[in-house]
Design a protein around this ligand. Structure first.
Ligand SMILES: [Zn+2]
Length: 218
């Protein structure tokens, strides 16, 4: 059986290493947690790679940070490994050979786009196929799971979900506040929880539970 893993932080880790003038090889570097050797050993058929801009990044640098990670994805992950294939359209998954691994570019937190929808379009063009509206905090699109206010989607957030629908992009509910989670469930054609699990098994703010309104009734 092939596995689809919908989240990893390899791009952020590769970028952090590069900024410290260290070279990590996606083929086998254990520091990346996810590397090619492990994907092969784990029979992973499709791997998602998140662009993650850390919260301490100044707003001026957020876009550049995201673009750099997208570039690392194309150069280091796709460009240097013949068996790793870019998933530009979802139907590309059906064309993968048994020994090939599909690579999907995703975004974790809408901070890098600010309120610039042109930047959103640029991310789509760079290959982003799954869009997480927040990390743990609030941004212009929504509140995250650790934001005390607990608000839902903003008007901009709803606009992003609508564009995701139009472009066949997944809208990721991991890290969202409860209210924003339900707003996405109501509006998104393609919701996904890329890295949320069962709260009853592991009590983590990113996990989903049935005691509150987070329980998915389907
Ligand atoms: Zn995360």
């Amino acid at each position: 059986m092939k596995v689809i893993d919908t989240h990893c932080d390899a791009l952020f880790k590769l970028q952090s290493a590069r900024r410290e003038h260290k070279v990590l090889d996606f083929r086998d570097a254990p520091e990346l947690a996810t590397n090619l050797q492990r994907l092969e050993a784990g029979n992973v058929g499709v791997q998602f790679f998140a662009i993650f801009v850390p919260p301490e990044t100044s707003s001026m640098d957020q876009w550049e940070c995201a673009v750099e990670q997208a570039t690392i994805f194309h150069e280091e992950i796709i460009g240097k490994h013949e068996q790793v294939k870019l998933i530009r359209q979802w139907k590309d998954i059906d064309t993968l050979a048994p020994d090939e691994i599909g690579a999907v570019l995703t975004l974790e937190g809408a901070e890098p786009i600010g309120n610039d929808m042109q930047k959103l379009q640029t991310l789509y063009q760079m290959g982003v196929k799954s869009f997480g509206l927040t990390w743990n905090h609030a941004n212009l699109c929504a509140d995250g799971a650790k934001e005390p206010r607990g608000a839902g989607l903003t008007r901009l957030g709803r606009e992003v979900v609508q564009l995701n629908n139009t472009h066949d992009i997944l809208t990721d509910v991991s890290h969202l506040s409860v209210q924003a989670f339900w707003n996405v469930i109501e509006q998104a054609d393609h919701p996904i929880a890329t890295h949320s699990n069962v709260r009853a098994i592991c009590d983590h703010p990113r996990n989903l539970d049935k005691s509150g309104s987070r329980f998915m009734k389907f």
